[in-house]
Design a protein around this ligand. Sequence first.
Ligand SMILES: [Zn+2]
Length: 282
Amino acid sequence: MNSQPLLFLRVMSGEAGVTAGRASAVPADPPAPRVCRRPAGVYNPFVLTEGFQPGDVISYTAMCSAIGVNLQRGMNFRLRGSDSIILMSVRPGAPYADRVEDEGKILIYEGHDCARTVNGPDPKQTDQPEYFPGGSLTQNGLFARAARRYKETGAPAERVRVYEKIRSGIWVCNGLFELIDCWTEEPAGRRVFKFKLRFAGTDGHRRPTVAPADLEDDRLIPSWVKLEVWKRDQGRCRVCGTTSGLHFDHIIPYSKGGSSKNPANIQILCGRHNLAKGDNIE
Ligand SMILES: [Zn+2]
């Protein structure tokens, strides 16, 4: 098993400096998500999201348009009745310990802390909440209930889209995952939720059945690798220098022994040059 510990920032802010954590910032049921500005009547989450493949680099605005809301928190259960969404972010010293295992097929995602309140307890010294004080389920509770349902009744696994912030305004689609397990740990005398997600491929709406072979080059690239490659390639296609339509590409495909964990084997390409390269392989 390959375990690459990754740390994620609690704040999943938008571009306007809005800050909020994985959980709602107030100890009550979360407010309805704010809706992105977009032309009326055009929104269709299935159409708009199906273009994203794992490794695609997208702007916050594009992500917001695809999802249909300005995301204010890391965990979003069945957003607007559609798939669930979780956001990951990497920054040094971040308080959440998420990790990628099994060559990028498994993501272990930590639940959210209780909200920080004036004169309230330190969230990092307090059990992560399953319920709000009023008795309704928190995001931890909603995801945990779905995981238990899958494990105990054989119900279909909850579909979870994973997006990762690699730096301000720059997000990467990590693809579609299935929520297959949930447990709690007590690393320092406090309860912490852990959610196990299994990589399910690209977009289930467009490609409902993903053959294992198709996943070979879609392995989740560890966050630190993405960040290093992004800096090295300066956020541009390595061939033509464009800054739009970018994708993290394996130079030697995973199926041919190329590593996802070695920055030297990962590069940034635009869609055109990614396709051109694909044609030259084999
Ligand atoms: Zn290019």
